[in-house]
Design a protein around this ligand. Structure first.
Ligand SMILES: Cc1ncc(C[n+]2csc(CCOP(=O)(O)OP(=O)(O)O)c2C)c(N)n1
Ligand SMILES: [Mg+2]
Length: 833
């Protein structure tokens, strides 16, 4: 008799009679929903199935449903609201299984395993982060590539951490094993003093040829130790490649992220990256995620790593299906690989494959895991290797002979590696980097950044026009009228207009612009208004997209409320679109520290570690305006500490025209280095910081902005940013022009020659005073003092600043005013100290 599934505690009435179809549907529906909890997913059996009350049904259909949903695949997809997607997965799960080329799968498993074994034998005591225990990753990715080839993919952009990386370089990127072995041989230390990276972080490129003959470029993104930090970078890189390709880009460039289980569950940057999946400015048509799930992270086991049963369940925040699969059912793994890929192409969605296996050795091969997990490791020790199990299950007889031949092949490759003198480069840069330079700055990189007056008039006209039937907000209308006056010289140009002119001039001459950040379309300080919104229908009009026919794109996006994720994405984008001016804007400069790992590990060190360049711009609002401990400091000192060997540029343009020239310089030079710009807040519209339109058609970005008002100078005040303007206002009040006030606009690379010549102009001045708003332990003070002393010769070098403090600024705006007054008066009257 058909059974009715009842809710727990439901004791109402007698069972309803149902048609067999209705009953089948009910039973299957319960298994679709909860079957993954009872699935057989852990090869070692430590992860016990959890009996679910709704699955304890007596029905002729239960066994059938159980065979589909509680076998070695556990599918979590009933949280997806779209019935079409659920049905699609259901049909694939419940349909007949696809056939698998078992001979080939076995070959891949043997190769993956023996590659590790040869490394183990030859380089005992060296870390390699073996894949053994989850070697099914190799046939899995192979299947994804086979399928991708059929969809017309030309490149797999892959981000992964340490686990199995070397194996992937050989078996997915198809680099010769001797190239990887060579990384284990001694190198000439002189070639990498202070730079370079360990072998399991280096990027790699290669070519994979599918059985159908399609060539797929493999791009394994360089990766720091910081787990999951590579996620947004990989996605940003993919998006750039897709944008370059134009229509069809999402089909051609496929992102694959390989995660550890511990990191997937624990690291916020992954959650931030996942949140970008369906957002217009950041989507890549679906990312395939594979968790190499060994149910352990270093010495910490699952129940200490995540509150959810599975690490993968973080992905349930979105409409993303999760396929848990027992890594020892290799045929199932391969089928899930194809299913996941098809799903990605069908729905443009992210998809997660949770590949559950174990870790044969310690975290690295120099760790002894029997200290912390003695029982698990006893079981692992006794557990046969996957290829042996597979050969037996698939009834392939000559597996051992094959293994011997493959081992001999790998050992020969290892011997050849010993003769490779120079460490091989496993990576080839795409040709769009051919015209760009890195390393040391040379003055020959400088370009003309001024724009002729007629052109400025034309750009102004375009920037301030909108269609006649567009209903502008009265405030925006007024702003555009003011901008029109700015462009025609009737009113000083402010930062907002300066930036618009810079972007407009660039896109018109073919340089694309991409800016993203929180509330960047309007601008946190109501200063940008790059997107006009019709007040009657919310239609948008973007003047920067209507500058001229054939112009380059200008894309300005409001980002998600993320720093690490979005900055990582934009860094990645800049890596694959050097022709574009890519900018990331922090809401306030201090929020950049949430993305510190992206700054430290990629932006400032990427060139030294991996020889990889980026022209990314960070716009960081900075300035002490009484808004409290946060919202004041973009942490100038931190960036200065990270500067060496011209690795990036740190600037604080004090006027609108300076900002204009700086942005154009960044885009138009062939020297590609990240640029940190400390941007203004109250100064955005301040007359002191505004510029005449004439300054846009002459000159260049000045690294040091001289003082034109000073005479008979006895003291030179040096500063950067807002305080300089305040000092000049104060000086005017006091009418004391014996004090020169000079702006250092580029802090790094240090403008030594320009500063020296400026100081020499005031040869009679006996004191050089560095004045800053920041406390003594912050700001540029500790960076500037030794450099100024070096330039000052006999002259005294003094400083004026707030007292050292653990917190950047006071919480009281009144206290701020008192402090600020004291600073100004100290700088302008007494000697500094
Ligand atoms: C952000 C960050 N925190 C800590 C570490 C140190 N660490 C390296 S590997 C590891 C465990 C990783 O576990 P899992 O993600 O499961 O990957 P597995 O090594 O098991 O493949 C830890 C804690 C790190 N590399 N990055
Ligand atoms: Mg793990």
């Amino acid at each position: 008799m058909p059974t009715r599934l009842s809710k727990a505690g439901d004791s109402s009435g007698p069972a309803l009679m149902e048609s067999p179809n209705g009953e089948r549907e009910r039973v299957f529906s319960a298994f679709r929903q909860w079957g993954y909890l009872e699935a057989d997913l852990d090869p070692l059996g430590f992860l016990q199935p959890i009996p679910h009350p709704e699955l304890q049904v007596e029905s002729e259909f239960a066994q059938e449903a159980r065979a589909v949903y509680c076998s070695t695949v556990g599918a979590e997809f009933m949280h997806i609201p779209d019935p079409e997607r659920r049905r699609w997965i259901q049909e694939r799960m419940e349909g007949p299984p696809a056939s698998v080329d078992q001979e080939q799968a076995l070959d891949q498993l043997i190769r993956a395993d023996l590659f590790e074994l040869v490394l183990q034998q030859r380089y005992l005591g060296t870390k390699r982060f073996s894949l053994e225990g989850v070697t099914a990753l190799i046939p899995l990715v192979d299947e994804i590539l086979e399928g991708a080839g059929q969809y017309g993919a030309v490149e797999l952009v892959m981000g992964m951490s340490h686990r199995g990386r070397l194996n992937v370089i050989v078996h997915v990127a198809r680099r010769a094993p001797e190239e990887v072995f060579a990384g284990f041989e001694d190198v000439d230390p002189r070639s990498v003093l202070g730079s370079g990276d360990v072998k399991y972080h280096m990027g790699a490129t290669g070519e994979y040829v599918t059985r159908g003959g399609a060539k797929i470029h493999i791009h394994l993104v360089s990766n720091p130790s910081h787990l999951e930090a590579v996620d947004p970078v990989t996605i940003g890189r993919t998006r750039a490649k897709q944008d370059r390709a134009g229509e069809g880009g999402t089909k051609q460039f496929v992102p694959l992220l390989v995660h550890g289980d511990g990191a997937f569950a624990g690291q916020g940057v992954f959650a931030e990256t996942l949140n970008l999946a369906d957002i217009h400015g950041y989507s890549v048509g679906g990312t395939i995620h594979v968790i190499v799930n060994n149910l352990i992270g270093f010495t910490t086991i699952s129940r200490e790593l995540h509150s959810s049963r599975f690490a993968a369940q973080l992905a349930r925040r979105q409409d993303v299906p999760i396929f848990h699969v027992n890594a020892e059912d290799v045929d199932a793994v391969i089928r899930i690989g194809r299913l996941a890929l098809d799903y990605r192409y069908q729905f443009g969605s992210d998809v997660v494959i949770d590949l559950i296996g174990y870790r044969r050795h310690g975290h690295s091969e120099v760790d002894d895991p029997t200290i912390t997990q003695p029982l698990i490791y006893k079981a692992i020790h006794e557990h046969p290797r996957l290829w042996e199990i597979y050969a037996e299950d698939a009834d392939i007889e000559n597996a051992q002979t094959r293994a011997d031949a493959i081992k001999a092949e790998l050992e020969a490759a290892q011997k050849r590696a010993g003769h490779i003198r120079k460490k091989p480069t496993l990576r080839q840069l795409p040709n769009y980097w051919d015209n760009y330079k890195g390393r040391r700055y040379k003055s020959q990189y400088e370009v003309e950044t001024a724009v002729v007056p007629e052109e400025l008039s034309h750009l102004t006209e375009r920037l301030t026009s909108y269609p006649s039937d567009f209903h502008s907000h009265p405030k925006v209308k007024k702003l555009l009228e003011q901008r029109a006056e700015m462009g025609s010289g009737k009113r000083p140009v402010d930062y907002g207009m300066a930036e618009a002119l810079a972007f407009a001039s660039l896109v018109k001459t073919g340089t694309p612009v991409r800016l993203s950040g929180q509330d960047s379309r309007r601008g946190t300080f109501n200063q940008r208004h790059s997107v006009l919104v019709d007040i009657e229908n919310e239609q948008e009009y973007v003047p920067l997209e209507h500058i001229s026919g054939g112009q380059a794109p200008c894309k300005i996006y409001n980002s998600t409320l993320s720093e690490a994720g979005v900055l990582g994405f934009e860094y990645g984008y800049s890596r694959d679109y050097p022709e574009t001016l890519v900018l990331w804007e922090a809401q306030f400069g201090d929020f950049a520290n949430v993305a510190q790992a992206i700054i430290d590990q990629f932006i400032v060190a990427g060139e030294a570690k991996w020889d990889l360049l980026s022209g990314l711009v960070l716009l960081l609002p900075h300035g002490y305006e009484g808004q409290g401990p946060e919202h004041s400091s973009a942490r100038v000192e931190r960036f200065l500490q990270l500067a060496a060997i011209d690795n990036f540029q740190i600037c604080q343009p004090s006027t609108a025209a300076q900002y204009f020239h700086l942005l154009r310089r960044q885009a138009l030079r062939s020297w590609r280095k990240p640029l940190v710009v400390f941007t203004p807040k109250s100064m955005l519209r301040h007359p002191e910081a505004s510029s005449s339109i004439a300054e846009f058609s002459t000159g260049n970005f000045l690294k040091v902005r001289p003082d034109s008002e000073a005479s008979d100078t006895r003291r030179i005040l040096l500063c950067t940013g807002k305080i300089g303007h305040e000092l000049r206002v104060e000086r005017r009040k006091k009418k004391d022009f014996g004090i020169a006030i000079v702006f250092v606009e580029q802090l790094y690379p240090f403008p030594e020659a320009e500063l020296a010549s400026e100081l020499n102009r005031y040869s009679q001045a006996r004191e050089i005073v560095w004045v800053q708003e920041e406390p003594a332990n912050m700001g540029a003070l500790n960076y500037m003092l030794p450099r100024l002393r070096h330039l000052a010769g006999e002259r005294a070098v003094l400083s004026v600043k707030r007292s050292a403090s653990p917190s950047p600024a006071t919480g009281s705006s009144k206290a701020h005013d008192v402090e600020q007054k004291a600073l100004l008066s100290l700088a302008l009257t007494a000697n500094g100290h």
